[in-house]
Design a protein around this ligand. Structure first.
Ligand code: F6P
Length: 320
């Protein structure tokens, strides 16, 4: 059994990271294990921004978006020298295992660190993109999808008032999960995702025909990995001759108080991560499969590409 562990958040922040950190810290303390918090992701690991944590350090954070530990995207950690320095900083403090909460890039870094140094590492999928292989859920994706739906609801009002086409670009990096989920639940007419080819000319012809039949307005949700909202909007306006406006939601969709789902699931994952790392397990990521917490091999999680559920794509077309 490990006597001292550390926890950090890394990469893009996501709502629910605080709930996960809180669960890791309180579960470990409950088991009598020392816990260190690392500020600002791998940057903080290299720059020795670490502190011993007590239960009160994670008080009053479950309701907050972002990550109170801070996070970063760290180039230095992608070098073997950087990773060795990080390892040394852990060993110097007697830290025997590390919990990393982050997206696929952060988990990839964690996997290499464990491979090179042998230090036990357990990962938790923390990203709004919901793109970590092996898990149907990542911490923050639910809150982000709800933020997008809120935007869609508002855009509908103005689109309908003006008989406009509105194109909404959302995040997701190379994944269409956020666009697809928010698009289906927001009732979008077209959902463009990187996982599926689309023909913009065909879409324009289809839109024109719909307007001729009396449709008042059209909503298009574009995943950032499927194209730039502004280019798509310009094309629709020129080719279909329809009054078109574009919105890009940007970092608004990364913030906000986490949803109930994100708080509860993040707490469950945090508990599992703490218990696993304490008992000496390593190279696993905890995620969800069919509603249950499952452990996924860390190497598999970072080397495989998660696919978008084909049922979503089919459903989106039927309902549009
Ligand atoms: O991975 C989360 C994410 O929000 C992506 O959806 C987006 O492409 C990226 O991070 C933006 O990163 P940054 O905040 O560094 O601009």
């Amino acid at each position: 059994m490990l006597k001292s562990i550390a926890v950090m958040t890394s990469g893009g922040d996501s709502p629910g990271m605080n709930a996960a950190t809180r669960a890791v810290v309180r579960t470990a303390l409950h088991a009598g294990v020392e816990v260190w918090g690392i500020h600002n992701g791998y940057h903080g690991l290299l720059d020795e921004e670490m502190f011993r944590m007590e239960s009160k350090d994670v008080g009053d954070i479950i309701q907050r978006g972002g990550t109170f530990l801070g996070t970063a995207r760290c180039k230095r950690f992608s070098t073997p020298e950087g990773r060795m320095l990080g390892y040394k900083n852990l060993v110097d403090r007697g830290i025997q295992g590390l919990v990393v909460i982050g997206g696929d890039g952060s988990l990839r870094g964690a996997s290499i660190l464990s491979e090179e140094t042998g230090i036990p590492i357990v990962g938790l999928p923390g990203t709004i993109d919901n793109d970590v292989w092996g898990s149907e859920y990542t911490i923050g994706c639910d809150t982000a999808a709800n933020t997008i739906i809120d935007a869609i609801n508002k855009l509908r009002d103005t689109a309908s008032a003006h008989r406009r086409v509105i194109v909404l670009e959302v995040m997701g990096r190379s994944s269409g999960w956020l666009a697809m989920t928010a698009g289906i639940s927001g009732g979008a007419e077209y959902i463009l995702v990187p996982e599926e080819e689309y023909d913009l000319d065909e879409i324009c012809d289809d839109m024109k025909a719909s307007y001729e039949k009396g449709k008042r307005y059209i909503l298009v949700v574009v995943a950032e990995g499927a194209g730039k909202g502004y280019d798509i909007g310009k094309y629709i306006s020129e080719r279909a001759g329809l009054d078109t406006r574009v919105s890009k939601l940007g970092h608004i969709q990364r913030g906000g108080s986490p949803s109930v789902i994100d708080r509860v699931k993040a707490s469950q994952l945090g508990e599992h991560a703490a218990l696993a790392i304490i008992s000496g397990l390593s190279d696993i990521v905890f995620g969800f499969d069919r509603g249950h917490v499952v452990s996924i091999n860390l190497h598999d999680a970072v080397t495989n590409k998660k696919k978008l559920n084909p049922e979503f794509m089919r459903l989106a077309k039927i309902l549009a």
